[in-house]
Design a binder for this molecule. Structure first.
Ligand code: FES
Length: 164
């Protein structure tokens, strides 16, 4: 059976083939993961943040698909030298637009990338025990979706385990 390739635009394919900022960061200030290893869709975001709350460096590792790698890569480019407050305002839609659009079945891949970023920002403030006024206590859309996917993957992996 032959598989029909997804209609990725050239920008997604280019970022997938030559992703920017791919790899672990040893001196990261904060690291956050989104996704679930059980289903293979997993991203780690690394941020290096200075005392002025500016992201000096961002990198990622991804075991997701082309859309996930492309969106994660562009997120790291978009937030470089940004204040955390501005990076927080990034939405998965603006990221999808920045890669020239995504096939609808691949929206979740971009959502997961932004979810990982927002988790990293939240984690940074949690570690400092600070709550900036612009960050609501309630999870953002992308964080909620990432959590939902993880919960779903857990349920599915339990169901697939043979009876003990
Ligand atoms: Fe799951 Fe893209 S990250 S299909």
């Amino acid at each position: 059976m032959s598989r029909i390739p997804l209609p990725y635009n050239p920008k997604v394919l280019e970022l997938f083939r030559n992703p920017k900022n791919l790899g672990k960061m040893d001196d990261a200030t904060v690291v956050a993961v989104a996704g679930n290893p059980m289903c293979g869709d997993m991203i780690t975001f690394y941020l290096k943040i200075n005392d002025q709350e500016v992201i000096q460096k961002a990198s990622f590792e991804s075991y997701g698909c082309a859309a996930n790698i492309a969106t994660s890569s562009i997120v790291t480019e978009m937030i470089k030298n940004s204040k955390l407050e501005d990076a927080w305002k990034l939405s998965w839609k603006s990221v999808a637009e920045a890669v020239g659009g995504l096939p609808s079945v691949k929206f979740h891949c971009g959502i997961l990338a932004v979810g990982a970023l927002k988790r990293a920002i939240r984690k940074y403030y949690k570690k400092k025990n600070v709550s900036p006024r612009w960050m609501k206590e309630e999870m953002s859309f992308e964080e909620k979706q990432a959590l939902e996917e993880e919960e779903l993957a857990k349920v599915l992996s339990k169901r697939m385990k043979p009876e003990e």
